[in-house]
Write a protein that binds this ligand. Sequence first.
Ligand code: SAM
Length: 275
Amino acid sequence: MLYLVGTPIGNMGDISSRAVEILNEVEYIACEDTRVTGILLKNLGIEGKKLISYHEHNKASKGNELISLLKEGIDIAQVSDAGMPAISDPGEDLVSLCISEGVGFTVIPGPVAAITALVMSGLSTRHYHFEGFLPNSGSDRKKRLNKLADYDETIVLYEAPHRVKKLVSELVDLGFGSSRVSFCRELTKRYEEVIRLTVVKAQSYFDENEPRGEFVVCLEPKAKKQVEIDEAALERRVHELRDQGMAVKEISAILAEETGRHKKDMYRLVLSLLK
Ligand code: SAM
């Protein structure tokens, strides 16, 4: 049986008694960094466990090795360096492999930085979108960032400290300036801190306070202008802009800005009105 075991995100007191029991009982522990897990086990007084390194770069080959051991009836725990395995951490592929190979697995739940931060943020917890890490750079990052503007719920991101300032300025460029945001730093640790402000104010805050430590960013959705506009007035405006010589694309962009409606929806509407 495979056990995906949640471990603390900072505070050693957050490990569950069931997690300790399972870590004590299994023969092997698959972990990201054997040094990190070694320290955890030492803290828990667990000795003599065989550790198997299982991380992002060896998960394809090691996954099959783990499945072979599991098929022999050997019990294995999988842990990540911190928090829940499979949440922005290795584990997801192992779960898929277990399912496709008919191997039993279960989850021993533990802390998740995203959920801890979401509750700390004070933003709406009713609906949320977990983004995790954005791609570091390039068009992949841009694509994911642009998508953030579409969400109507609290957005939860993981971000490395050296990219926090860049993220803030990207969010300002995307029109999130007036959104509330919380930066949850070093959660459950000695220097735990939550910074709650607006995105635009975060720029000057981080100019004066260099981001340090581990961060979860919880972001209020982009403010939608959604101006009430009646359909007849909208049609008149479309024709007015058309008479000024504008193309459908330009008209849609202007009306999306004026009404707060989505550009694509506006494009379709303008097309149908000008048919
Ligand atoms: N599996 C983990 C979980 O369940 O939360 C997430 C692992 S991910 C590789 C590491 C990222 O989680 C960090 O870069 C940071 O964004 C966030 N994180 C982890 N521990 C944290 C903490 N104590 N305080 C703030 N953020 C934390």
